[in-house]
Write a protein that binds this ligand. Sequence first.
Ligand code: ADP
Ligand code: MG
Length: 402
Amino acid sequence: MSNLVEIHNLRVKFNTDSGEVNAVNGISFNIKKGETLALVGESGSGKSVTARGIIRLLASNAVLAEETKITFDGKNINTYSEKEYQKIRGNKISMIFQEPMSSLNPIYTIENQISEVLKIHDKYSDKELKNKCLELLKQVQMPEPESRLSQYPHQLSGGQRQRIMIAIAIANNPDLLIADEPTTALDVTIQAQILDLMIKLKNEIGMSILFITHDLGLIQKFSDTITVMQDGEIVEQGDTKTVFSNPQHAYTKKLIDSEPEAKKETLSEKNSFMDVKDLNIFYPLPNRNFFKKEFFHAVKDVNFSIPRQSTIGLVGESGSGKSTLGKALAGLIDFKGSVLFDDLSLESILSSSPERFIGYLPQDVLMNPGSVAENIAGLRNPESEQVVKVAKNSCKTIEHYL
Ligand SMILES: Nc1ncnc2c1ncn2[C@@H]1O[C@H](COP(=O)(O)OP(=O)(O)O)[C@@H](O)[C@H]1O
Ligand SMILES: [Mg+2]
């Protein structure tokens, strides 16, 4: 495979009030035609600055060193003017970012935003533009593509917005797609769909992908080669399989070792401590009908047991009911069904000694204003004595371990 991009001695520094920041310290690497190259490294190691340096979208306080040389498809592009760069951005090289909402313009329709990038070529009539937009929405497997054209970004889910970003990025069949942490903001199942889509399109279009991520699982699944950055330098490069099976640099070893390993033992022999039977949880909906109260059924007929001294992972997409289930088990919200701790019902525990049985740490404990106890209880209804008791007990336990 020949090289599509050759990056030679890329060096970027930033002028800041507190002096110069050396972000990328003279790195060199190539991206082959048709290759998916994963750029990995901890936050602040220089991945995004590298990507932006290639496409020349650097912040105004950035200084690109004179000795940096970037060749794209055999042409030396580091001498290009901003006008010349505009011709290749969104056309031969395109980029998608982590947070699609900040990259899409909230006041334009989806059709407007996709058309905008198609107009670079000046070759489509208005009707052709509309057809091409629709074709792209189908290509990125957007559900109900026809009705999306007139919609605005806020009417779409996170995964659907990312599909729009991909449609815009591939509109002109680029040679290189730079994807900077494109799925970090998405649920795991949507993440997998978006990456599968990117790989499918890569093969259809025949493009290369510079895939920036800190997720080693995704790298193993999707990339051909891996380039590891640390403090603005490249510390290791190679074929993904080889690097994973035989990492050379200490930092790469640490990175790979930091991935938690799957547990091998099973819990089936252990006896259960907690038994949940036919758990159903309903949230009241705002009153639309005076005579009939309506409810949202958030958790439906859930049954499971938790063995003694075990850690149970509860996974699911956002909105699937995980937190609701957790709150119910901590006695913070009402439910239907039965929850038994060592054959005692949750109701009887809450009225006697909840602190013996339950500690609860909510999702955003560090982000909410309010007292630690309130946060730990996730309190909406501070009248409930049991809830406060559980919370205070959790505080004590946390203090004990801090
Ligand atoms: N506009 C800027 N001004 C000053 N420093 C910056 C700017 N952008 C990035 N940096 C610094 O450059 C370094 C690399 O950043 P970045 O490429 O965004 O890291 P990564 O993408 O690997 O998390 C960091 O130290 C960061 O703080
Ligand atoms: Mg980054």
